[in-house]
Write a protein that binds this ligand. Structure first.
Ligand code: NAG
Ligand code: NAG
Ligand code: NAG
Ligand code: NAG
Ligand code: NAG
Length: 729
């Protein structure tokens, strides 16, 4: 009551009373000069109605808005800044922010958000800053940021991310900074940072990376500052970092014991290298790094012996300051490496290894401290809630992990079978690694209790069938790896217990065909990998139940035709791989069922002899990549409609470069992409690039192109089906 009257008083001092009485929500403060509405710490359970339509800044911090429903902000479309911190938000419904096309700043920090759905952020087409710090985000669906083409700053720090899938940041075309500090990132898919050419600065410090993710990071060609500190990485090998623009690299507070002198040679612009607080006792000179100016070695137990001499000499010559302090030998403890005389840096004689050890500073992390229970032969890390028993020759699943374990690595053992209740009590487990364990059987109830399991890795085993109940209870399972096993068909019935399955990896099995209802129950499946099986046939109703399917990899199988009928009912299919199937002929309308969504089409290495003129009907402006290399046809249908291509590969196709190929030639002439199209015949042009062949200039229709047509010439186009229609140019 009191608040209400205070706010009314304040506000009426600022504004004509009428407007307020009508438009300001009773418990908020409205400032119509700044077009600002503040409703701080009011225990509001929903976005108040009655906010003036013209409001530009809305401050809702400290309320109790559990759900932001679709269209919640439709009545206030002029918002530019919104603060929603500490609002106990759990769910952002798909479409929650639609209508906010002017919003440039959105702060959702310190809420309870666990998932970012694919369309949660739709509509925020002008957003520059998105702050999602300090939530419980475990998973982000690729495409979630797809509509944020103007975002430049994304803060995802202090969440619970374990894994980043391929292309998770797709669509962030202008992004400059991403902050992923303080998560639990353990695995990054190879293309996790794909499509981010403008990213300048990335923070992945305070995560759980155990290796430097070389390939993943190599996608960040424009990034110049990378923070990787506070990850449990122990060594950095040769050519471990391949980042063309990287200038500043932070590798502090890790567990580094060894850094190769060639670790950074593929990041030639490196200027500052921070290695403070690691366990390096020796470092070799980084002679190939021409731009390096600073190395920080403070807090490392550097041994100022002859082994460190080359480094010291190199650093002095290159005028690189390292701040290294000698931890030994005893006589030089505490001295600056820089002020040592090289002649004093000796080996052998008085300074034996044991003598030095007592002087090594204690390591920053102390695994023994709060002795946690952990099965014998395994290591359990309380900091990271990890259990690690990989490659230890276990014959049965060890028991007795801490009950808060989140990641359990058991790969490379010999379990043969996983009995019922193998993981009882591990209710917080999100990631379970059982790759390469000679497993032939998973017993019903094997994964009992794993109600939070998201990632299950069963690759490289001998599993050929699954009991229908085997995944009972693991309802959160989203990523299931069953590749390199012995399946001869898709296991039936099993998947209906996995309503959240997002990605199913079944590549390199011996599956012979896909039959009706094979994917029953997989209503959320988006990625299906079936590369390298023996599939000869896909029945018409095999895939339809996975309505959300986005990626379908059917490459390296035995299909003899494009499975057009089975693509019906897949309105979201974006990527189709059919490479390396023995498909000789691609007929009219082969991709028609998915023509509205398809973006990436792989038809390479198939031995295709003919592609009929209507084969690509429907495809066009959506397609971003088209792979046709290594086939046997002599020409191609008209590609005029493909206006958004980013990649097209036409290499190793035996083009017959006569006048029939003129349309392709003209199209290529305007295309600003490398395509690799080469003539194979006639003999006089064999080996020449199609684009460069001059004989096309002698074709009858060449001149019509050059002499500008004044009257709208109508060209009759006859389709294969015999229908004809007019096209005016
Ligand atoms: C909000 O709720 C808390 C706890 O119920 C209470 O202490 C506080 O006074 C309430 N604040 C307002 C503005 O109503
Ligand atoms: C990233 O997040 C961390 C952790 O919350 C924070 O300390 C840091 O300031 C953030 N950095 C940037 C650039 O936003
Ligand atoms: C090295 O890092 C330490 C710790 O962050 C800092 O105090 C010191 O100033 C740094 N030295 C240089 C040369 O940057
Ligand atoms: C499991 O995680 C939840 C939420 O993070 C936590 O509250 C709970 O204590 C954990 N359970 C165990 C047994 O550690
Ligand atoms: C086309 O594919 C071939 C074989 O994979 C590859 O070597 C070549 O670089 C690609 N060319 C283009 C233009 O993408």
């Amino acid at each position: 009551m009191m608040w209400a009257s205070v706010s009314l008083l304040l506000v009426s001092a600022l504004l004509p009373g009428k407007f307020i009485a009508e438009c300001c929500p009773r418990i908020c403060l409205c400032d119509n000069i700044k077009y600002q509405v503040m409703c701080l710490n009011k225990n509001l359970t929903e976005v108040p109605v009655n906010i003036p339509q013209v409001t530009q800044r809305l401050d809702l911090r400290g309320n109790k808005i559990k759900v932001i429903p679709a269209g919640a902000f439709f009545p206030i479309p002029y918002l530019t800044h919104m603060r929603l911190q500490r609002c106990k938000v759990e769910i952002i419904e798909e479409g929650a922010f639609r209508g906010l096309g002017r919003l440039i700043y959105l702060n959702l920090a310190s809420n309870n958000i666990a998932f970012i759905y694919q369309e949660s952020l739709d509509g925020l087409s002008s957003l520059r800053q998105l702050i999602l710090e300090n939530n419980h985000i475990e998973e982000i669906k690729p495409g979630a940021f797809g509509q944020l083409g103007f975002l430049s700053f994304l803060n995802l720090a202090r969440n619970s991310l374990v894994y980043l899938p391929d292309m998770v940041f797709q669509g962030l075309q202008l992004i400059k900074w991403i902050n992923l500090s303080h998560n639990s990132l353990h695995v990054l898919a190879n293309e996790a940072f794909g499509g981010l050419p403008t990213l300048k600065r990335l923070r992945i410090d305070y995560n759980e990376l155990q290796f430097l993710p070389t390939e993943v990071l190599s996608r960040l060609s424009g990034t110049n500052r990378l923070d990787l500190g506070h990850n449990p990485i122990t060594y950095i090998g040769e050519e471990a970092l391949e980042m063309a623009s990287l200038k500043q690299l932070f590798l502090n507070n890790m567990a580094l014991q060894d850094v190769s002198y060639r670790a950074f040679v593929k990041s030639p612009m490196l200027h500052t290298l921070d290695l403070h607080n690691n366990q390096l006792s020796v470092l070799q000179p980084l002679t190939e790094m021409a731009h390096l100016q600073k190395i920080n070695l403070t807090g490392n137990p550097v041994l100022c012996t002859c082994y460190m001499r080359p480094f010291k000499e190199w650093a002095a010559k290159a005028r690189i300051h390292s701040d290294a302090v000698c931890a030994g030998p005893a006589a030089f403890r505490g001295e600056q490496l820089e002020s040592m005389r090289t002649t004093d840096m000796k080996c052998g004689g008085h300074a034996s290894e044991e003598e030095l050890l007592p002087f090594l500073p204690t390591v920053t992390r102390e695994p023994e401290q709060n002795a946690v229970r952990c099965p014998e032969g395994c290591t359990c890390s309380p900091d990271y809630q990890h259990g690690n028993c990989g490659s230890r020759n276990f014959q049965s699943i060890p028991k007795g992990f801490p009950s808060n374990t989140q990641l359990l690595d058991l790969h490379n053992n010999e379990f043969h079978s996983i009995p019922k209740g193998s993981f009882l009590g591990l209710k917080n487990l999100t990631s379970l690694h059982l790759q390469n364990c000679k497993i032939a059987a998973l017993k019903p109830g094997a994964f009992q209790d794993l109600t939070k399991l998201v990632y299950l890795y069963l690759s490289n085993n001998g599993i050929s069938s699954l009991d229908a109940d085997v995944f009972k209870g693991a309802t959160q399972l989203s990523y299931l790896y069953l590749d390199h096993n012995g399946f001869t068909q898709i296991p039936k019935g099993t998947f209906s217990l996995l309503p959240n399955l997002f990605a199913l990896y079944l590549q390199h099995n011996s599956i012979g065909q896909l039959t009706d209802n094979d994917l029953a129950g997989l209503e959320k499946l988006q990625w299906l990998y079936l590369t390298g099986n023996r599939i000869t046939h896909v029945s018409a109703k095999a895939l339809g139940q996975a309505k959300l399917l986005e990626k379908l990899h059917l490459d390296e199988n035995f299909l003899q035709e494009v499975p057009t009928k089975s693509l019906r009912g897949l309105p979201n299919l974006r990527e189709l791989k059919l490479s390396k199937n023995p498909i000789k002929c691609i007929g009219d309308g082969a991709f028609l069922p998915v023509a509205r969504s398809l973006q990436h089409l792989y038809l390479d290495n198939m031995g295709v002899e003919q592609i009929s003129s209507g084969a690509f009907t429907g495809l066009g402006p959506k397609i971003k990549s088209l792979h046709l290399e290594k086939n046997k046809m002599h020409s191609l249908p008209n590609l005029r409609g493909f206006t958004a291509l980013e990649v097209i590969n036409l290499s190793d196709i035996p083009f017959y470069c006569d006048c029939q190929l003129l349309p392709l030639y003209k199209w290529l002439d305007k295309l600003n992409l490398r395509v690799g199209a080469t003539c194979d015949s006639p003999a006089d042009v064999r080996g020449q690039k199609v684009k460069l062949v001059t004989t096309f200039q002698n074709c009858p229709s060449w001149s019509t192109k050059k002499t500008k047509q004044t009257s709208a010439t109508k060209t009759k186009v006859k389709t294969k089906a015999g229908r004809s229609f007019n096209k005016s140019q």
